[in-house]
Design a protein around this ligand. Structure first.
Ligand SMILES: [Fe+2]
Length: 292
């Protein structure tokens, strides 16, 4: 029965989250940044204080701010200056993005794929989704979309940590046969990476629209209109990056993008398709900025 399966998956996710313990916890600095952003009374000064106290993060934030993507004239040398130029929300998202990379370190996830492949896929989806958000005539926050792209498959980190053998088994099965990745996860592990991702980002107290993108990027149509745009952008970017086989590519390799999916975002198929040609260079640059 479907109800039983869903309940069973819930129990598996809860047990897994209890088992990940400290290993998959978000860096303390990221938790603080999220708290500041969720608190309407917080100011630019509060955010600056937190970033300033983490020198490695400060350096990374400045690297991102000075990357080609923002196209700012001249070098930005301080975090306060970055907040003035880009605004609180953009710098918050850059700080979250810059602190996520360290979670994607560690052992291989299967014979063919490493944790670095998962990270490369996440960066590729973030870059593509942000580019599409900028092409869309509708207001979709491109920095928010970038973070959503980086964390969309974060549930796979829980699987890698708690069920390493079963996760490798899922990957091996999906490499060999033409089967759906999420269906295979549900069969072998008992829940899919969307469910683990929602559990983890809820535990981390991530904002609602980011949790929605993590939990529904393979079926954004199930979300309310208000939450759907970011999840849809992540879905389209995910399919593109899996088709192009950038990093880990098994999760959406059988999905296709149609004009109907692009229409609500105001993006043409031609624009979507044109992204392919510049994708690898953009991903390499973003990866160097966030990882280095
Ligand atoms: Fe996914």
């Amino acid at each position: 029965m479907i109800v039983e399966t869903a309940d069973n998956a819930k129990v598996i996710v809860e047990k897994a989250l209890a088992a990940v313990g400290d290993i998959a916890t978000l860096p303390e600095v990221t938790i603080k940044i999220i708290e500041i952003v969720e608190d309407p009374k917080s100011t630019a000064r509060d955010l600056h204080e937190v970033i300033k106290n983490d020198p490695a993060l400060s350096v990374k934030v400045l690297k991102v701010v000075n990357s080609a993507f923002y196209g700012l004239p001249g070098q930005v040398a301080s975090v306060d200056r970055a907040i003035i130029l880009l605004g609180l929300s953009a710098v918050k998202n850059i700080a979250i993005a810059a602190s996520i990379a360290r979670l994607f370190k560690g052992r291989r996830i299967s014979e063919q794929f490493s944790a670095a492949d998962l990270w490369r896929h996440s960066v590729a989806v973030a870059v593509s989704a942000r580019t599409m958000a900028r092409l869309s005539p509708h207001p979709v926050m491109s920095d928010e979309v970038f973070v959503a792209g980086l964390i969309h498959d974060i549930g796979t980190l829980v699987e890698r940590q708690v069920f390493p053998d079963q996760f490798a088994e899922v990957i091996n099965r999906c490499e060999r046969a033409n089967i759906d990745f999420l269906e295979c996860e549900r069969q072998v592990i008992g829940a899919d990476h969307q469910a683990f991702g929602v559990g983890l980002t809820t535990k981390w107290k991530f904002p609602r629209h980011l949790r929605a993108a993590v939990g529904f990027h393979h079926n954004p149509e199930a979300l309310s209109v208000e939450l759907r745009n970011i999840a849809t952008l992540i879905h389209l970017a995910d399919v593109l990056c899996c088709q192009e086989k950038i990093g880990f590519y098994l999760t959406a390799q059988h999905s296709v993008v149609t004009e109907d999916m692009l229409d609500p975002l105001g993006i043409t198929y031609q624009q979507f398709d044109e992204l392919r040609s510049t994708l690898t260079d953009q991903v390499t640059e973003a990866e160097a900025t966030l990882t280095g």
